[in-house]
Design a protein around this ligand. Structure first.
Ligand code: DX5
Ligand code: ZN
Length: 230
């Protein structure tokens, strides 16, 4: 964990980033698959946390994130899809999360979550579901390091990219300026990744299209190349 009030995302200096989503791993081969994306040039991993309440699915625990932290020094980008983000901040900080992103539709008081993350020196992200308009985050956007725009309904990997989120990406980029990262998550491949990049995204979560590709390293490199050159 870093120093309080430091934005750990600054270590990437604004470079476009592909964040492989651990949800799509073969969990029996997770260490091997993390090593593959790391060797291909990944600088971060995306970890989806689901509580079976905010979304109708369960995924990844603090214990699993702690095991990942032991296996790698990569930045860990935690995405909390939980009803009570404040409750889960401590266990995921203790597990070694580098940054934590929470849904503005969840029940915690956003200021409390942001304050706790800042105090710990972790990155601070907010995320909106597809049907939540960009204007909802106008006041919070200036207090965070990252805004995540869901390009599918949260809860499951392997869904189809929602084209109608492109305008929101543009609106959020206009709102936050260049210093805040704009991340997209869901249905990202070479083609949708390029379009999101053109609209202003700089951080691209991809699960199935990396970890379930026939060649994980090649899939990572192709997506990275696509978003770097778009
Ligand atoms: C979905 C998760 C995503 C998921 C994306 O709720 O937030 O991170 O892993 O999966 P793909 O890239 O397979 O659409
Ligand atoms: Zn996610």
């Amino acid at each position: 964990m870093g120093d309080a009030n430091v934005n750990p995302w600054q270590t990437f200096a604004g470079a476009p980033l592909v964040a492989p989503s651990l949800l799509a791993c073969d969990f029996m081969r997770m260490g091997e698959q993390i090593a593959q994306v790391e060797a291909a040039g990944a600088r971060l991993l995306h970890a989806d946390i689901m509580d079976g309440h905010f979304v109708p699915n369960l995924a990844l625990s603090p214990g699993l994130v702690a095991s990942v932290r032991k296996a790698t020094d990569l930045f860990i980008d935690v995405h909390l899809m939980v009803t009570d983000p404040l409750f889960f901040v401590e266990p995921f900080l203790a597990a070694g999360a580098s940054s934590i992103t929470f849904h503005v539709e969840a029940q915690s008081e956003p200021q409390e979550v942001i304050g706790r993350l800042r105090q710990a020196g972790a990155g601070v992200g907010i995320v909106v579901r597809p049907r939540t308009p960009a204007r909802t985050i106008t006041n919070l956007a200036e207090q965070v390091d990252l805004v995540l725009i869901m390009t599918v309904e949260p809860g499951f990997g392997g869904q189809k990219f929602m084209e109608d989120q492109i305008d929101k990406i543009r609106a959020v980029r206009d709102m936050v300026g260049p210093a805040v990262r704009v991340e997209v998550d869901g249905g990202i491949n070479v083609e949708t990744g390029r379009r999101c990049r053109t609209a202003g995204a700089d951080t691209f979560v991809a699960g199935v299209n990396i970890f379930q590709a026939p060649d994980v390293k090649k899939a990572f490199r192709e997506l990275q190349q696509a978003v770097q050159t778009a």
